[in-house]
Ligand binder design. Structure first.
Ligand SMILES: [Zn+2]
Length: 200
């Protein structure tokens, strides 16, 4: 590892600590940032986001609130079930290359509608053409979760965690994101807590 990549890694690790501290403030009900019009105007001239969050489109998952970040601090990319399609990956590549982002957090969440649709489709062995692309992309983690945990209540949670790990692995393999720390995490809708997901 070169001195530059060591420094990058250190920067990414300390950014991750900052984000988790922000989540602690969010959970404690003590946010530091108001994210009001004054803050928006202050941040307006330029942006220097330190991290990107790649998460689901779910209306209950608001990354800036969850990590208690201000305008200009966090770059957020969203697709249903955080499926890493070309435009999403391209956005993260842009964040790394052009905006100097050194950390990507792949953030899954409980009770994910996209994951549930994929589980349902695998169980029924058919799927609604309107969600065809997503179901196709989420078929593997859904079928693996069903095979490993059957119809147990934690199947959806297991499938979501598999999808977080798959997304992390997908991004981690890309030379275009060399030097970027990619970590997986899960957001608990009920408690507001973000927990890191290990890679295995
Ligand atoms: Zn979701």
């Amino acid at each position: 590892m070169t001195a530059t990549s060591l420094m990058e890694n250190h920067r990414a690790a300390s950014t991750l600590v900052d984000l988790l501290d922000g989540n602690g403030r969010f959970v404690a009900g003590e946010p530091r940032y108001r994210r009001d019009i004054v803050a928006a105007r202050t941040a307006a001239p330029d942006q220097q986001p330190s991290a990107a969050v790649f998460t689901c489109i779910d209306s209950r998952v608001t990354a800036e609130s969850v990590f208690d970040c201000d305008f200009g601090q966090l770059l957020v990319v969203r697709t249903a079930g955080h499926v890493p399609d070309r435009a999403a990956v391209g956005s993260l590549e842009f964040a790394a290359a052009e905006l100097g982002v050194s950390l990507v957090v792949v953030l899954g969440h409980e009770r994910c509608g996209a994951i549930n649709a994929a589980l349902h489709a695998v169980e029924e062995e058919s799927h609604d053409p309107r969600s065809g692309y997503l179901v196709e992309q989420l078929w593997q983690p859904a079928s693996q979760a069903l095979a490993e945990s059957g119809e147990e209540p934690n199947t959806a949670s297991h499938a979501m965690r598999l999808q977080v790990r798959r997304t992390v692995a997908d991004l981690g393999r890309r030379a275009s994101l060399d030097g970027v720390l990619v970590v997986g995490a899960v957001y608990d809708l009920d408690t507001g807590v973000v927990s890191l997901v290990d890679e295995s």
